[in-house]
Design a protein. Structure first.
Length: 647
């Protein structure tokens, strides 16, 4: 109707905008930055330039003033979703400017074309503006680069180990060197969760030479012992390990963790313990004497068992024997129902302890582990780096060699390109090999060497690799936006088809880890790019470093021709997608709530934008907090595909 008569604004070609056109108005960096009170303090900053401010000089500012942020705006783009072999075309895309979301789900984005379903309209005039054509060019670069570091120490299989699951033992130790933090660490893996007090004492660990039989003073010294992931503890060393050096780690006075109260054990505040069917909470750090004495001295308290139809004060801790959990009363005026699980599901009770360890403490049956030092003691030189990250012997007749980049398959499977020498050999070359390699089985990043003669158990060895070159980095260049992308997301092989590496644990990362991963590509000289480490050139070329993409950069590789049609809004011929369900990606673009910087409406600065190539929609998620160790409290993990600028 705006085109009737004289039209509107001198034009008679007004229409509903396409989703691409309307989305160009979204400002992902919009913030309320002035000091005056905002109309909705503590709410999302408007994702469009223009907002109904209540105080001068900000009244009706911007090109789109008074844009409502609690309503969606219609687009002319319909959604055709393939479902059960048929396309459903009953919906249309909606854009909202509270966060900048585009989609067809959620309370603001209900897009069914029903007469009762209403949204705002902002019309546009002129010819339809199609999404810019994609000019994404996949290619492989830097193929044929030779190994930069070509050796790794390893230890022959310890045939004396008794790996019987009845016992508590060390399954292995792995050394690491952090280029950015200049720290040397050893990760100790146990077959069961270790007692946290005992495993956290550095005095219970000692590092010695690989052929040592005893250890009185650790060398290198151990500065700290902190919990890692799973059943591991991470030892941080106060001095460097020798590069390509074999070591033996001795462990003493550590037992498996147990939640059964035991006299003589040290307990820290907040622990929950079981004894004779009852549950106790530790009130202060202490060493247990007798149960009665600990209760009398207020070192522990007996928890009441949850009972139905009973009133409990807020923050009361209760034990639920039927579920084997401890719960906390969340609400004031709480009276229990007849079903404790219903109270947990409704949020009246919060589970604060579960998975009690009811097996008594077990002493270590294997108190030592053999491991090798890092491949090098210093940061990589500013050149193309392609090396082996480590080697290990799972028995006396095979050795696994792991590369940090995908090697040429034929070269990696050639036994002539490997030799095994003593870890203390001098000179450090293949002039005196100590084992014959009969065959090599290569897969992914790992080459498994089969030996014609067995190794000696507990002896330090090194494997040298020569004649193996890099397969090449697979990248996608965008000459229009002058960007270079990783073709494969993290967690898949760097091959043209981006085959999954089969390790589900590295498919996704927390936000901080994802950004750090992209930065590490610069130290690895991914795709052969070597930026200067210091000086004026470093400042000038810093823009060309590998980094996590911004939200608009992520959106630029979404294929709008696939938007809402195939379920994956990215061209899988350009960016192969081995697991469509893992196509939710981190961006480096932060998101903040607006409002004053004091009081109850303090802004949130712990959010970041993300983009899903399954739905084609943006999202907002909490960034990682390293102090949140509970998986329940951690933010969601997402995929990462790194990018860098091109000159």
């Amino acid at each position: 109707t705006m085109n009737n008569g004289q039209g509107y604004g001198g034009r008679r070609d007004w229409r509903l905008p396409t989703v691409h056109e309307l989305e160009t108005l979204v400002d992902f960096g919009a913030r309320i930055t002035f000091s005056l009170a905002a109309p909705e303090p503590g709410t999302e900053a408007p994702a469009i330039h223009g907002y109904a401010q209540g105080s001068a000089p900000f009244v009706r500012e911007g090109p789109f003033p008074d844009t409502p942020i609690n309503k969606g705006f219609w687009t002319a783009t319909g959604i055709a979703v393939l479902f059960n072999g048929q396309f459903s075309r009953s919906n249309a895309y909606v854009v909202e400017f509270k966060k900048g979301h585009v989609g067809n789900a959620g309370p603001l984005l209900n897009t069914s074309r029903a007469t009762t379903n209403r949204h705002k309209v902002r019309c546009v005039a002129g010819p339809i503006v199609e999404p810019p054509p994609q000019t994404l060019n996949p290619s492989t670069v830097q193929a044929g680069a030779a190994l930069g570091g070509n050796a790794a120490a390893f230890i022959g299989f310890d045939g004396n180990a008794n790996f019987n699951d009845t016992f508590f033992y060390v399954t292995g130790a792995a050394a690491a060197y952090d280029v950015q933090n200049d720290t040397h660490t050893v990760t100790v893996n146990f077959n069961r969760l270790a007692d946290p007090t005992q495993a956290g004492l550095t005095a219970n660990y000692c590092i010695a030479a690989a052929n040592a039989t005893t250890c009185t003073a650790s060398s290198p010294p151990i500065a700290s012992a902190l919990p890692g992931s799973g059943n591991s503890y991470v030892l941080t060393l106060s001095s460097a390990m020798g590069a390509n050096t074999a070591y033996k780690l001795f462990i003493s006075n550590i037992e498996s963790a147990s939640d059964i109260w035991t006299s003589g054990k040290s307990y820290s505040t907040g622990r929950y313990l079981l004894h004779s069917g009852s549950c106790y909470r530790v009130l202060t750090n202490h060493t247990a004497t007798t149960l009665a004495a600990d209760i009398a001295a207020s070192r522990i308290e007996l928890l009441s068992n949850w009972a139905a139809a009973t009133a409990y004060p807020q923050n009361t801790k209760l034990y639920v024997p039927s579920l084997g959990v401890v719960v906390n009363v969340q609400n004031t005026g709480y009276t229990s129902s007849s079903n404790v699980q219903n109270d947990i599901n409704s949020g009246q009770l919060l589970v604060v302890k579960s998975n009690f360890i009811t097996v008594p403490h077990l002493p270590l049956s294997l108190g030592r582990a053999l491991f090798n030092g890092p491949v090098r003691a210093n940061a990589p030189a500013p050149s193309v780096v392609f090396n082996i990250t480590g080697a290990s012997a799972s028995n006396l007749s095979t050795v696994n060699v792991t590369f940090n980049r995908l090697p040429n398959a034929a070269e990696a499977a050639n036994p002539a390109n490997y030799c095994i020498i003593s870890a203390t050999a001098n000179p450090w070359n293949c002039s005196a090999p100590v084992a014959t390699i009969s065959s090599v089985a290569y897969s992914g990043y790992t080459a498994t060497l089969t030996l014609a003669s067995p190794l000696t158990a507990g002896t330090g060895y090194a494997v040298l690799v020569n004649g193996v070159t890099y397969r090449g980095s697979n990248i996608v260049d965008d000459p229009i936006n002058k960007l270079r992308w990783q073709r494969c997301r993290k967690g898949v092989f760097d091959t043209p088809d981006c085959a999954d590496d089969g390790i589900s644990g590295n498919d996704t990362d927390y936000w901080n880890d994802a950004l750090n991963y992209c930065d590490r590509l610069n130290h690895e000289r991914y795709d052969g790019y070597a930026y200067p480490d210091s000086g004026v050139s470093s400042l000038l070329d810093d823009r060309y470093r590998w980094r996590a993409p911004t939200i608009n950069e992520l959106k630029s590789i979404s294929n709008r021709a696939l938007f809402g049609v195939a379920g994956v809004s990215i061209d899988t011929a350009i960016f192969p997608t081995p697991n469509p369900l893992a196509e939710d990606f981190h961006s480096s673009t932060s998101y903040a709530l607006s409002g004053p910087n004091s009081g109850s409406n303090t802004p949130y600065y712990d959010r970041a934008w993300s983009f899903s190539f399954v739905t084609g929609f943006t999202g907002i998620s909490q960034r990682d907090h390293s102090e949140l160790t509970s998986s329940i409290l951690k933010p969601p993990k997402k995929s990462i595909r790194c990018v860098r600028s091109l000159p």
